[in-house]
Design a protein around this ligand. Structure first.
Ligand code: NAG
Ligand code: NAG
Ligand code: NAG
Ligand code: NAG
Ligand code: NAG
Ligand code: NAG
Length: 422
């Protein structure tokens, strides 16, 4: 009986490089990559969002997730437990289920809490190539390949994901292991210059534009602008961004993005609340507030809409209206705007399209949910409130460029032209 010899990490990485360096040869010389693009789909059953990697494999988008969790081929090179990409994937509140038992090759084994079901899973870390389209900002151009960090997921971990999804893509604040961090590291070309034409100015900057419809995809960009949406005469969308600082949780375990917020206002009237921060999440469908924030907010909204008769509540929402009593505007139902007042004096304004959700014929409800009195985060902004928003995360610079709704510019997240130029 033979035991596999432990291989030094450099050899393993070299092996992976040899393996993957063969693939792009068939694609010819890869051009310098300025930005990459991938479609985002909204699942009709769960209202969750997936990104297509490697052309059609769907991964749940988890803005608060640390790493990518997905399928692995039968044969893969495990990452060594002393590698930096192993170290950065370390933190989890889940125990490691199998665990490394010496002697032998010290495998990087990780555990993860499933963002939807809360269950814990373990898997080995490896590097896997993905194909992703580069873009000139208007269309996909050619396919390039990048290596990303993947934790090999057991099939049981796919429960709770949209039908057909194969894994979870973490977009959290990390320097090496989240999907955008890893793509940036790879495309900037430091280690693989002979494979990709490295672009040293490429860094961890990504944009999410979540679709409001299940019928047409939204879009994710990795890298620099321009970011164009139809109609073609519309200028680069980055000309319309407002910028704010992204806060970091003091807990190293928490890789989510937070906004520094001064208060909330409904219809221009400030709701009196203590200062708090707002977390961004793509894995909860609706914005969730701690009860001490939710109650005064709902009262303020009732006051601002006291001219509209109420309809019976529809779970999980409290405040519902007859849509025949509401006007309609370019930015959704004509209801009072909600301002998230940021510390820099700027506002993230939520209009009808992102505040009222159609729940059944002639009924729309205020799509904010009471998270209970012990909810740890004061406000977590959920997917519905970010649909058709354009969000540009500049991770090293800790800034968020945002447009609360593209509808104000007479476009939507589903208006990127995915007709490929190859
Ligand atoms: C990691 O890989 C080892 C060796 O192939 C395997 O025995 C172990 O079950 C794997 N761990 C997990 C959590 O899949
Ligand atoms: C992407 O496709 C390539 C080539 O078909 C394959 O080798 C690779 O394992 C795929 N990546 C993932 C993440 O499935
Ligand atoms: C932000 O919203 C508040 C409350 O509605 C308003 O008083 C303030 O003028 C707004 N600030 C900007 C820059 O629009
Ligand atoms: C919130 O926490 C307090 C103190 O731990 C506890 O007494 C209370 O029952 C909790 N409330 C809810 C709704 O879980
Ligand atoms: C980084 O953020 C600062 C403000 O926080 C801004 O002035 C600067 O332009 C940003 N740099 C880049 C490269 O976006
Ligand atoms: C989408 O892009 C293709 C390729 O550039 C172009 O031929 C087509 O006209 C564009 N579609 C629209 C609606 O502009």
């Amino acid at each position: 009986m033979t035991h596999p010899h432990p291989l030094p990490l450099s050899l393993i990485l070299f092996g992976i490089t040899l393996l993957t360096s063969l693939l792009p040869l068939t694609l010819g010389q890869q051009p310098v990559v300025n930005a990459l693009v991938a479609p985002i789909t909204k699942d009709s059953c769960t209202s969750l969002y997936t990104i297509a990697l490697n052309s059609t494999q769907q991964y749940l988008i988890d803005l608060t997730g640390r790493f990518v969790w997905g399928p692995c081929p039968t044969f893969y090179y495990p990452v060594h437990c002393t590698a930096p990409i192993c170290n950065e994937a370390r933190f989890s509140d889940c125990p490691i289920i199998n665990g490394y038992r010496p002697p032998g090759f010290c495998r990087c084994e990780k555990s993860m809490r499933h963002p939807i079901t809360g269950a814990c899973f373990s898997g080995n870390e490896t590097l896997i190539p993905i194909y992703i389209a580069s873009t000139d900002g208007r269309n996909p151009t050619s396919l390039v390949s990048a290596d990303y960090v993947n934790i090999c997921a057991p099939d049981s971990s796919l429960a709770g994901l949209p039908h057909g999804a194969v894994g979870i893509a973490g977009f959290g604040r990390t320097s090496l292991v989240s999907l955008p961090a890893r793509i940036a590291w790879d495309v900037s070309g430091v280690p693989w210059q002979f494979r990709l034409n490295g672009n040293p100015s490429f860094y961890n900057r990504f944009a999410l534009c979540l679709p409001s419809t299940t019928n047409a995809p939204g879009v994710a960009f990795f890298g620099a602008n321009p970011y164009h949406f139809l109609p073609t005469y519309l200028p680069d969308i980055s000309n319309f961004l407002t910028y704010t600082t992204l806060l970091q949780s003091p807990s190293y375990n928490d890789v989510a993005y937070y906004l520094n917020v001064k208060g909330l206002a409904v219809n221009g009237m400030s709701v009196s609340l203590p200062t708090f921060s707002v977390k961004l999440s793509t894995t909860i469908p609706y914005t969730t507030m701690r009860t001490s924030i939710y109650k005064p907010f709902i009262e303020a909204y009732k006051t601002a809409t006291n001219w509209i008769p109420h309809k019976p509540s529809v779970e999980p929402f409290e405040l519902c209206f007859d849509t025949r009593d509401l006007g309609s505007t370019r930015v959704g139902y004509g209801v009072p705007p909600i301002d998230i007042m940021l510390n820099e004096g700027k506002n993230w304004t939520i209009f009808g399209a992102n505040s009222l959700k159609d729940v059944k014929a002639n009924t729309a409800c205020l799509a904010f949910v009471d998270g209970g009195e012990n909810e740890t985060v004061a406000i977590t902004l959920g997917g519905f409130q970010m649909e058709d928003s354009f969000l540009l995360f500049d991770v090293p610079n800790s800034t968020l460029g945002f447009i609360p709704t593209l509808r104000g510019l007479q476009t939507t997240c589903s208006n990127f032209n995915f007709t490929s130029l190859v």
